[in-house]
Design a binder for this molecule. Structure first.
Ligand code: PRE
Length: 307
């Protein structure tokens, strides 16, 4: 039986996202307290895969996930899951809004409900917890008065619903990734994402431009770029890049080779099906895949002395 680690406890958005993966239905689900623990379960072999949050459409990146992918033994992204996230405010049965002095949630949960909390419980102290479901559990433990979490967590921990849809942006979506130990990527679908970390030569003028150029000259659409400090000293960053396409695509393979030439190091994080099938790319795709194949065949021919 496959074992899937995830950011737990039961009732997190991550668990909901994991349950949307068909293979997880028959798997053993292993709740972990933090993202680094979930990633480490995969590295040590305690789990076959881990589902962790990567970014939110309102709050941006989840730093422990980026840091856990950039360093340590290499892991690979095998799949992405997009989940709309809606938050409610829960407290112990019998409580009302006026009695709430402390509210806990995951930092991303608190950030997404900042405006509502400031308006409706202006004097409450905001406490960060490892996950939204841990915040709900903390209400049961008596650690704090209320939790901002998913409706499923409120129900699971038998809490009283004090307010619904307390997020400042009702359309928020979180992107989760399923990571495994290094393995051949899932087959190309024609609507794929490739993720990598580029470690540039810091003292070289235009080093980042060189990286971007490898994509631009091959008409590869970049869909995300994000920097994280490398933690050795101020001013050192690595760059997380997502682009359209699969490592098996000629243009993406060529771009990766180009990056390998111009960067200090490149960490390939995987090619996997894009979850938002309505994503249109830049709509140009010129030169076409056939043009890349044709150019490769032409090079072979002229190298061999042909026309
Ligand atoms: O705490 C949870 O429920 C999670 O799954 C984590 C997480 C996150 O890291 O962004 C996931 C989605 C929400 O945006 C808030 C928290």
């Amino acid at each position: 039986m496959l074992r899937y680690a995830y950011l737990g406890p039961a009732g997190t958005f991550t668990e909901q996202a994991l349950r949307s993966i068909p293979e997880a239905a028959d798997a053993e689900l292993l709740p972990m307290v933090t993202v680094p623990e979930a990633l480490s379960a995969v590295r040590t072999g305690t789990a076959d895969a881990a589902l962790v949050p990567l970014e939110n459409s309102v709050e941006g990146a989840v730093p422990p996930t980026l840091d856990g992918l950039a360093s340590g033994e290499r892991l690979m992204i095998n799949r992405e899951v997009l989940l709309p996230v809606t938050f409610n405010l829960y407290a112990a049965p019998g409580a009302d809004l006026g009695s709430i002095k402390t509210v806990a949630s995951h930092p991303h949960g608190l950030a997404q409900c900042r405006g509502w909390l400031r308006t409706n419980v202006p004097d409450a102290e905001l406490i960060t917890s490892p996950s939204t479901a841990d915040a709900a559990e903390g209400v049961v433990r008596g650690d704090w008065d209320a939790a901002v979490c998913a409706p499923v967590a409120g129900q699971r921990y038998d809490l009283a619903e004090l307010a619904v849809n307390v997020a400042d942006n009702a359309a928020a979506v979180t992107r989760f990734i399923l990571v495994t130990r290094p393995a051949p990527p899932p087959a190309r679908t024609g609507a794929d994402v490739t993720s990598l970390v580029a470690f540039i030569h810091h003292d070289r003028t235009g080093a980042l431009l060189e990286v971007l150029t490898e994509f631009a000259v091959r008409d590869i659409n970049l869909t995300r770029i994000e920097s994280r400090p490398m933690k050795e000293r101020i001013g050192r960053y690595c760059f997380f890049l997502d682009c359209d396409g699969h490592i098996e695509d000629d243009r993406v393979g060529e771009a990766l080779m180009g990056l390998r030439r111009v960067c200090e190091d490149v960490r390939f994080l995987g090619s996997y099906p894009r979850a938002n099938a309505d994503h249109e790319g830049d709509g140009r795709a010129k030169p076409s895949d056939d043009d890349f194949a044709d150019a490769a065949a032409w090079l072979e021919r002229v190298r061999a002395g042909g026309a």
